[in-house]
Design a protein around this ligand. Structure first.
Ligand code: AMP
Ligand code: ZN
Length: 461
């Protein structure tokens, strides 16, 4: 099967053909690090992690080079530093670490490259110099600007006209610009700005604009033309449009061959966003739910569709995963099976059809249960292999069934194991009252004992 992905620029699904199947390049715009990421912010890393897993399955684990940047210089970071008195580097390090551990808890494989903007200022300056030299940019009083009218086909990704840039950027018309659509490549330092937000440049002290970061870092780490560029749908315009303008005018080559954008995660009928205040952080969610439940919930909708984040969605994701892990437990000892070509990869190859892929995963769990019911050893071994192969593609089933059902605290688990054993002993001695007492005591702690042909096991509910 071929992989087909919806290309925002072409406005249709296209067959994916890499430039070089041995080196597939992917760039996804990463977080601005000054606070905790909300679960909407986690949608791009999770969605593009699934794409990366599909590409690894098709082209080889080492064929995919995936860059996800850290934006560690930006107005909001400077404001946070001024407000708290902490150095910028302390704030960005702290929140980048939190971001990475949050998304790793959602089974997101760390990117191959994580470029930080402040580590690439010379590359950005070099690119801006090129744009000035080629007359795509000019130096003003407050900064260096990209001249949008200098690029005749500006706007081809989003289909929006340059005039929209003004509204898109949500800034008042700047007197310094020759055209309202022009955008900043370099911003001169203003009085009162902290020294750690200021770099020297040929045009004056200041800092880079946001868009030039990604253009410079993508070119440096992945090459001038990358295979896939991704991000949230809000980045299509102006961010990605401006990345295209900078990169293509500087290099004379296409920036990205496929553009992919995920839809919004909503809560309470509106886009989850800090400015609206309807957010729930990944950090807080992880205190109440396993990371796989959050990931499963994020994948229940197609990545281009909106997804409503509700308590019910989480409960359903947990129930479904409990059932799948329960089936996996029943076939867990049956090793040596062979995974067949299931519908999971096929669903994902059609523009990352995760809803169908998850439905197929549930079907594989049913197969496992059926094989276990009739004690079909080969069927059980194959069902185990199928479930694990599908889990690998989706970034699910990364725990053992025991870990999933019993959690991590080993002392506590040993105590429960001992009680379950005491109940088995009581039953063997026909002391039904004692066996019942233990079962009830455990139930009060939220522990369910499951009696099966292979003995008794337990899970937290
Ligand atoms: P921001 O911190 O707003 O720059 O967002 C970081 C990333 O998260 C970008 O790729 C956004 O497109 C994405 N994003 C922000 N809010 C949402 C949301 N509610 N749903 C999905 N993606 C989002
Ligand atoms: Zn970007």
């Amino acid at each position: 099967m071929t992989l087909r992905i919806y290309d925002t620029a072409a406005r249709k699904k296209r067959v994916f053909e890499p430039q070089d199947p041995k080196r597939i390049t992917m760039y996804v715009c990463g977080p601005t690090v000054y606070n905790h990421a909300h679960i909407g912010n986690a949608r791009p890393p999770v969605v593009f992690d699934v794409l990366r897993r599909v590409l690894m399955a098709k082209y080889g684990e080492r064929a995919v080079v995936y860059a996800r940047n850290i934006t560690d210089i930006e107005d909001k970071i400077i404001a946070a530093s001024l407000a708290s008195g902490e150095p910028i580097a302390a704030i960005t390090k702290k929140y980048a670490d939190i971001y990475n551990s949050d998304v790793q808890a959602l089974n997101v494989i760390p990117p191959s490259i994580e470029p930080w903007a402040t580590g690439h200022v010379p590359e950005m300056i070099e690119m801006i110099e090129k744009l000035v030299r080629k007359k795509y940019a000019y130096v003003g009083e407050t900064g260096v600007w990209f001249s949008v009218p200098s690029m005749p086909d500006y706007g081809r990704l989003s289909g929006r006209k340059p005039e929209d840039n003004e509204a898109g950027a949500r800034v008042a018309v700047d007197e310094d610009k020759k055209d309202p659509a022009d955008f900043a490549l370099w911003k001169f330092a203003k009085p009162g700005e902290p020294e750690d937000a200021i770099w020297e440049s040929p045009w004056g002290r200041g800092r880079p604009g946001w868009h030039i970061e990604c253009s410079a870092m993508a070119a440096k780490h992945l090459g001038r033309t990358i295979d896939i560029h991704g991000g949230g749908v809000d980045l299509t315009f102006p961010h990605h449009e401006n990345e295209i303008a900078q990169s293509e005018c500087a290099h004379g080559e296409e920036l990205a061959r496929y553009w992919m954008h995920n839809g919004f995660l909503d809560m309470g009928g509106e886009k989850m966003s800090k400015s609206l205040g309807n957010i729930v952080t990944v950090h807080d969610l992880l205190k109440a739910w396993p990371g796989e439940v959050l990931r499963f919930a994020l994948l229940t909708a197609h990545y281009r569709a909106q997804l409503d984040w509700t308590e019910d969605l989480l409960k359903q994701a947990k129930t479904t995963l409990d059932r799948i892990y329960g089936a996996l437990r029943r076939v867990w000892e049956a090793e040596g099976g062979e995974a067949r070509d299931t519908g999971v990869l096929r669903a994902l190859e059609d523009d990352l059809g995760t809803p169908d892929a998850l439905a197929e995963l549930s079907r594989l769990a049913t197969e496992a249960n059926t094989a276990a019911d009739v004690k079909d050893a080969t069927g059980m071994a194959n069902a185990r292999a199928n479930l694990l192969a599908a889990g690998k593609l989706l970034g699910l089933l990364t725990k053992t069934p025991k870990e999933w059902e019993q959690g991590g605290d080993t002392d506590e688990n040993a105590r429960i194991d001992a009680l379950v054993q005491a109940r088995i002993d009581a039953r063997a001695a026909k002391d039904w009252a004692e066996a019942d007492r233990i079962r009830k005591a455990l139930a009060e702690e939220g522990i369910e004992i499951m009696d099966g042909p292979a003995g008794s096991t337990w899970r937290r509910i």
